[in-house]
Design a protein around this ligand. Structure first.
Ligand code: ADP
Length: 191
């Protein structure tokens, strides 16, 4: 299995690049943000638990996220592989992911980290907010909270994968095609 963690701050382009990767490599896309938004749309109990955190730009508590991801892995054990997009976002989530993969004799093949400067992130998110309908994209204070959550809780996840020699940094500024090419080159090394 090819199991990729696509990493980066809010607005780095993880969703865009994931779409391209799942099409070309037939991988199952696990986007925790999309899964939460689907649950909110359907009015599920899980969606209700997640919504207040998301609307504020805060991370949803680990146990809620981890349970949801484990369900998705369990439903797709015979897939060619997974792209984890927006997960893990804390070191505890990264440890839990390694644990649930190990139980199934699987591992993460590598992490691809999209690197984008903060001023560019803010302008991309505000731009997306004009059409996405996402309340967390429409207000600078919420965007600032998301970036702060990223710096405090999520950025250390890169170190977790660096210590396993699985980290690959990619410049996330440029054309979608060129960034995709750089990601593909990195993934080819995963074997
Ligand atoms: P973005 O990367 O643009 O912030 P996402 O769709 O990945 O967008 O996430 C939107 C929101 O969903 C986050 O701000 C957070 O509240 C919640 N969320 C998504 N994934 C996780 C996660 N792994 N852990 C905690 N919260 C999450």
């Amino acid at each position: 299995m090819l199991n990729i963690v696509l990493f980066g701050p809010p607005g780095a382009g993880k969703g865009t690049q994931s779409e391209k990767l799942i099409n070309s490599k037939s991988l199952v896309h696990i986007s925790t943000g999309d899964l939460f938004r689907n649950n909110i749309g359907e009015g599920t109990a899980l969606g209700k638990k997640a919504q207040t955190f998301m609307d504020e730009g805060k991370l949803v508590p680990d146990e809620i996220v981890i349970g949801m991801v484990e369900d998705m892995i369990e439903k797709n054990v015979s897939a060619k592989g997974f792209i984890f997009d927006g997960f893990p976002r804390t070191v505890a989530q990264a440890e839990a992911l390694d644990g649930m993969l190990a139980e199934r004799e699987l591992t993460i093949s590598g992490m691809v980290s999209l690197e984008v400067p903060e001023n560019e992130l803010i302008s991309r998110l505000l731009d997306r907010g004009k059409t996405s309908g996402r309340v967390d994209d429409q207000n600078e204070a919420k965007i600032a909270t998301r970036i702060e959550e990223y710096q405090n809780k999520t950025a250390p996840v890169a170190g977790y994968y660096k210590s396993q020699n699985k980290f690959n940094g990619i410049n996330g500024v440029g054309s979608i095609e060129n960034i995709y090419k750089d990601i593909s080159t990195a993934i080819e090394q995963f074997g």
